[in-house]
Design a protein around this ligand. Structure first.
Ligand SMILES: *Cc1c(COP(=O)(O)O)cnc(C)c1O
Length: 374
């Protein structure tokens, strides 16, 4: 069994994907080919956001957003303590300081209460300036943007939605990548919408930021790429990846629906033996991960070992809170306790989750988890 079965996906849609790739090979317009603009238009329409700028990966997408806003030395960016390293890594990259914020015990997304405490701490105990809230849509479920937005408005902060795991996720009718002042996603192969290499995108309704992002992701170009008016990055999405993504967009909705069914089947069978994911009212997860919690690290170890022996892969997202990552040690500001994160890091484990899981495989996972929890 695969944790996320990309081979099966390719087999199911091989003709469509091969055709898309071959078209790029014969046109040889490998950088900034027409598929890139087509993809940007399609993703903008899908998310309901005015501008989409495709870029090289989800980490660059976050960095480009901070660059467009001119975030730098003296600025603070608030980041959830429970996320992939990138969400925080980009902050020191632009010279600013990350301040880590605890999460909600049920959704694992940023805790509005902890966020507010962290902002107050920075205002009263440092001479740094709060500027940005990074809200991560963890495991595919959008963060609580109603509350995050209220706090952002009160303190005049910008909201950066890190939807790397949530492309296709929704709050009501509104799709992920539409909740930030700028939002970003990743097309890393194992994400809900993945390409065949690295890829990412930035979304915004703001015309001025969109222009800046277009310039920043191609060497700070002005009128053309040999007219450079600012320092930027080389962060384009290549044409092959755009073509693959365009092909995959045709069956994304189908895949998301199947993931909803699989998650429901898991939850129905497993809710009595492990803590299953909590999807808040009105939310739709893109199911980047199906993450359960055990009662202790010891129990998690027993479960993971037992599943491995039964040929069922698992993974721990994430083992280590951001504030304990050595990379941040030199400039760490411990504004708030992150006890929920520390607790969840010790007990969580993600089960195989992808749209091509078969009924027998779902059954096998549930059977083994139940057996190992007895
Ligand atoms: C994967 C991921 C990223 C980074 O995306 P890349 O395309 O791998 O650079 C950023 N944030 C989160 C939450 C992610 O899961």
């Amino acid at each position: 069994m695969e944790f996320r079965d990309l081979k099966k996906q390719y087999q199911m849609h091989q003709q469509k994907i091969d055709d898309a790739i071959k078209a790029v090979m014969s046109e040889t317009h490998f950088i900034s080919g027409p598929q890139v603009a087509q993809l940007e238009e399609r993703l903008a329409a899908y998310t309901g956001v005015k501008h989409c700028i495709a870029c090289a990966n989800g980490t660059d997408a976050l960095q480009l957003a901070l660059m467009a806003w001119g975030i730098g030395p003296g600025d603070v960016v608030f980041v959830p303590d429970f996320t992939f390293f990138s969400s925080g890594e980009v902050v020191p990259l632009v010279g600013a300081v990350p301040v880590f914020v605890d999460i909600e015990a049920d959704t694992y997304n940023i805790s509005p209460q902890s966020l507010e405490q962290a902002i107050e701490y920075v205002l009263h105990h440092t001479n740094l300036k709060p500027r940005v809230i990074v809200a991560v849509d963890l495991f595919g479920q959008p963060a609580d943007y109603e509350k995050v937005r209220r706090i952002a408005d009160r303190y005049e902060l910008l909201v950066l939605e890190d939807a790397a795991q949530a492309f296709g996720g929704c709050v009501g009718e509104r799709r992920a990548c539409s909740f930030g002042d700028i939002s970003t996603t990743s097309f890393f192969p194992a994400k809900p919408l993945g390409c065949y290499g690295d890829g990412g995108a930035v979304f915004t309704d703001n015309d001025e930021w969109a222009d800046l992002l277009r310039s920043l992701h191609v060497h700070g170009k002005g009128g053309d790429k040999y007219d450079n008016i600012r320092i930027g990055l080389n962060s384009r999405l290549d044409t092959l990846q755009a073509a693959v993504l365009l092909a995959k967009m045709d069956f994304l909705e189908e895949e998301l629906t199947r993931c909803d069914q699989i998650a429901a089947a898991y939850t129905e069978r497993l809710a009595d033996v492990v803590k299953t994911p909590v999807i808040a009212e009105g939310m739709r997860s893109a199911w980047a991960q199906y993450t359960v919690c055990l009662e202790s690290a010891k129990q998690r170890e027993v479960l993971m070992t037992g599943l491995q022996e039964a040929g069922i892969p698992t993974a721990v997202y994430y083992k280590k809170p951001m504030h304990l990552q050595q990379a941040f040690a030199a400039q760490l500001i411990e504004a708030v306790p992150c006890t929920q994160t520390e607790d969840i890091c010790g007990r969580c484990v993600s089960l195989p989750m992808h749209p091509y899981l078969e009924e027998a495989q779902i059954e096998a996972v549930c059977e083994q988890v139940i057996r190992l929890r007895k």
